[in-house]
Design a protein around this ligand. Sequence first.
Ligand SMILES: *Cc1c(COP(=O)(O)O)cnc(C)c1O
Length: 377
Amino acid sequence: MSQGKDPAEVYRALGVTPVITASGSTTVYGGSKLRPEVMEAMNQASGVMVELGDLNRAAGEIIARLTGAEAGLVSSGAAGGLVLQAAAVIAGADPIKMDQLPNTDGLKNEIIIQRSHRFPYDQCYRTGGAKLIDIGDGRRCAPWQLEAAFTEKTAAVAYLFSPFVSRRGLPFEQVCEIAHERDVPVIVDAASFVPPRANLKRFIAEGADMVIYSGGKGVRGPQGAGILCGRADLIEAAAANGAPYQFVGRGMKVAKEEIVGLVSALQIFVDEDEEAETKRYNEMCESVVDAFIEMPGLRVTVEHDPYDYLIPHAIMKFTDGWNGPSRDEIVQAMTKGDPPIFLHTLGKPDELGVDPFNLSEQELETVISRLREELLK
Ligand SMILES: *Cc1c(COP(=O)(O)O)cnc(C)c1O
């Protein structure tokens, strides 16, 4: 980086306004801040040619080691990994079937999913040729509903781990048990479920046959990379369906620099001190609490749990005693302000959050002072 030059200049020169992302790792607001060491590794990788099959295999071994899975593959984001999961369970590594995708006439193409796990990214499964078979009523699901859904066309059962997903569906281990009794694989989307780092090994250990994580979210690797891991035969099939080969995944190419960047990011991520990181996030959240604790009608707390707030968040609750602008007016004003600031709005409708994940200390100060201006209006 050149000394003294404002890095935001690269965007300003294009007429693009830099923003502050206090919503966590949100793709539309820039995703995550890439680790500088990863950029350095990608830079080195960019000037040297390699055979992609070789590189994919080597990267896969590292992913396997760090996830406890038999095998791994760098995919094009978690979303690209979902396409490959579908292709792998539907076509395997059979070139005749692979060539036929996304047309699945005559193939096993049904992926069973609890209604409460339907999510915007499940179109990626359909892109790979899957027909989604919904079970349950959107809030809960009984074991017999899963048992009744298997047919001779069942290719897999999908399971979603993500913040703010209903916890009243079938427990993961029970889904694995029921599916495995029928020799059907369980495929998992845990794209945004790290950190905690323990989640990198958790789902494989609990019985998942394939798991996808985003490489560009909590891991802070290349924004366009994903981490696919799982059973050796399924990962081999996923790789066969993807780039550099000309099958359904070819449109989701991963560059050699991104593969190198991803394994570098993943190794650094795993080696990091999670306790120290959590402590730092906690302190950042506490400074938000301290700033607004005295505001009448506002309740500010630090939330941290294994479901919705995987890292500490500062959550402001607008109680009945609140007399200032509405929560939505504040969200709007922050978004339209200078600089534009995006807050965490996934929680309850009367709550607003600050996720410290993408914030420097200086950006946090800006978030607090801008929030104070808007709250006091
Ligand atoms: C973010 C996300 C994805 C997509 O991840 P990318 O790495 O951005 O492709 C898929 N599934 C879920 C549940 C996500 O949260």
